[in-house]
Design a protein around this ligand. Sequence first.
Ligand code: DAH
Length: 347
Amino acid sequence: MKEKLEQLYQTISAEINNAATVAELEEVKNNHMSRKSELNNIRKQLKDLSIEDKKIIGALTNKISQDLQTLLDEKQEVLKTAERNEKLKSEVIDITLPGDYLPSGKMHPITKSINEIVQIFQGMGFSVIKHENSPELETEYVNFDMLNFPQDHPARDMQDTFYVQDRDNVILRSQTSGAQIREMLSHKPPIRVISPGRVFRCETVSARKHNQFHQIEGLLIDKDITFADLKGILNEFIKIYFEGARPTRLRNSFFPFTEPSCEVDVQCIMCNGKGCRVCSGSGWLEILGAGMVDVNVLKNVGLDPEEYSGFAFGMGVERMAMLKYAIDDIRLFFNNDIRFLSQFKGK
Ligand code: DAH
């Protein structure tokens, strides 16, 4: 038995030595150190030996098992380190290699302009209206009736407004002014909000007109609000947006939902008022419509005109961007031509 044990030691230790990989070593371990191994068989036979032999052979069996285990552990460590080193070598990354060029996207000029305008008004205490109060799919009731448009107003014509097929009174909104109504119906004054969004009109597309564009609506309702407040806010806005005071004029105008109403022109930024192609020779460019909220509109939303007054304004975002960045064709905003879009940097 002693010889058998010594022979086993020789065989197994040689196999351990010869194992070239962790997997091979694992196999040696399974073959020779498991319950069904020869070494274990010998251990099972110990009980049949004389006490004297049991002592000697038992001790030898234990020693051989321990020595083999130590050999195994050492070899395992060596193989694992070698394999790890091999892996590290094969995974080496050359950080001096040039990277792949990934062109980054740019903010769309309309989104950029909306962000700029919104930020200016936020700085003056306005907050952005909740999305649900400014839907693109709107009722004729909110878009027109509540805003004091008479039934026969030409803006309601099929030629001007997109009506939704088979749905009575549902339209693609033609203006963001409906957001005023939804806001006043869901909030009590003081109200100081702006509402950026897309609007749709049944227009023939040209360099100056598109059948979809963006507007930013503003509404302020409180006690003792006057036309002077409107003028002050708009002048401040123009000064910040055009990065410096610009000659501005208020022109008398008419909108069904404001009284009095006005339109605001700024001096043409292309010719500084001398008259050019962009301003059709007038020296002025219209940027928005505004006015004091009509008494009828206040009544429509259940506000007492004796207690509250306010102003509203609405501007075209494309127009504002065209003026600021000297863009002469509105279609450029919708064509998704990367050569145009990639010129706009920043947030
Ligand atoms: N909704 C008007 C339009 O689309 C613009 C406008 C004019 C908005 C006067 C207003 C306003 O809030 O007071 O032409």
